[in-house]
Design a protein around this ligand. Structure first.
Ligand SMILES: [Mg+2]
Length: 400
């Protein structure tokens, strides 16, 4: 079998682009993958063009060797753009291999260790709306719920502050007080049964995170996702000395080497591996094994499309150390619906994983078990979309 083409398929789902990648072969079998570098799809498409030139004619079943060649056969190794492209290709190659052998991808990863994949949902309302959102999710059977930071200046707006010169304002010291107050209320209202976390989207400093955690009684939070940026593992180690809330880190990591200090030094307690950024199945399974040795459970990042979800389900089925998969199509939000009010993912992906309650069943369809309506996909053009640019009251830059 030989690779005959690698096609980037940028599609618009909900309110932003998803970059799906199709790898074709001379035997008519194709595979689908997805890139996780939201907002920089054109850069990834450029990387894919480079890779396409030397991948055509290669045997798509030599997945591990192709991974090494994509990573190492260039002077400037690694990085988020190249690994996002490489991830999509690696996922597609597993899809091809599974289809060619007539087996689901999890079978190629050691077989399934579970029959369904438990998931977590997100509630991100402001103040009382947060309590309502958590209770709504619990009423629908969700028992692991993630929340989002608030700002006091814009009641009713999820995650947002006011505006300055067209940019949104986020002021960390204003956010941590109100967010901690309402998380304490949520815990009081829902009791100890539910697992509760928050994603601070790397918007805080070490000192701000410490203050945030110290404003809540022990047991309020079960996990704290990415309160600070991750370039410096030592900063997380400093933070660990100031709080005992478990950390969930790693959704932006693009290779096992970025995970290295976080696993080896036991900095993170949950691995937020993103299969569309880390380097596909090949790299994700190595991270999973390494994390298993440190009793760290995977809590995969999955804010993308159905291809990412399908791939992550297969990975999750085949590892021992698994906590919960992120889903963004629940009773409190649905990232697949955009301004037009239709489910774009349903139009594009006639076959895709479907939630049953708060988990995904592990299906035995060969490959990833996902199909794209290619005519619907190729009829679309990439649209300019930029992640929000946030500022503080003084006009300085603040992470989104
Ligand atoms: Mg996150």
């Amino acid at each position: 079998m030989k690779i005959t083409d690698i096609k980037p398929l940028p599609v618009w789902v909900g309110n932003r682009n998803q970059l799906v990648v199709k790898v074709e072969t001379d035997e008519g079998i194709y595979g689908l993958g997805e890139s996780g570098l939201s907002g920089r799809e054109l850069a990834v498409i450029g990387a894919l063009k480079h890779f396409r030139e030397f991948l055509i004619g290669k045997d798509p079943r030599q997945i591990g060797r192709i991974w090494q060649e994509l990573y190492r056969s260039q002077y400037f190794e690694g990085g988020r753009v190249l690994l996002a492209a490489q991830s999509a290709i690696d996922i597609a190659l597993y899809d091809i291999l599974g289809k060619s052998l007539g087996v689901p991808v999890y079978q190629l990863l050691g077989g399934k260790q579970r029959d369904s994949i438990p998931c977590f949902a997100t509630a991100s309302g402001h103040a009382e709306k947060l309590v309502e959102g958590v209770k709504l999710l619990m009423a629908h059977g969700w028992n692991v719920i993630r929340t989002a930071p608030m700002m006091p200046s814009s009641p009713g707006a999820f995650n947002r502050g006011g505006f300055i010169n067209g940019s949104q304002i986020f002021e960390p010291r204003e956010s941590i007080g109100i967010t901690a107050k309402w998380l304490v209320k949520v815990r009081e209202e829902v009791g100890s049964e539910v697992t509760l976390g928050i994603d601070y989207h790397h918007r805080l400093s070490v000192a701000e995170t410490a203050s945030f955690c110290q404003r809540m009684p022990k047991g309020t939070l079960d996990f704290l996702e990415e309160p600070i940026r991750d370039e410096t593992p030592e900063a997380y180690e400093a933070l660990r000395r100031m709080t005992d809330v478990p950390f969930a880190i790693g959704e932006e990591f693009a290779s096992k080497w970025q995970f290295l200090p976080y696993i080896e030094r036991d900095i993170t307690q949950f691995a937020r591996v993103d299969i569309c950024n880390i380097g596909g199945f090949t790299e994700a399974m190595k991270v999973a094994g390494w994390a298993e040795a440190h009793y760290i459970d995977l809590m995969p990042h999955n804010p993308l499309g159905p291809v990412c979800t399908a791939a992550t389900i297969h990975m999750a089925a085949a590892v021992a150390n698994f906590a919960w998969l992120e889903v963004r199509t629940t009773q409190t939000e649905n990232l697949y619906y955009g301004d037009k009010g239709i489910n774009d993912a349903d139009v594009l992906f006639p076959v895709q994983p479907r939630l049953v309650g708060n988990s995904f069943p592990v299906l035995d369809t060969p490959g990833l078990g996902i199909e794209i309506d290619e005519s619907a996909a190729t009829g679309q053009e990439w649209k300019y979309w930029e992640a929000p640019h946030w500022v503080r009251h003084d006009g300085s830059v603040q992470n989104w």
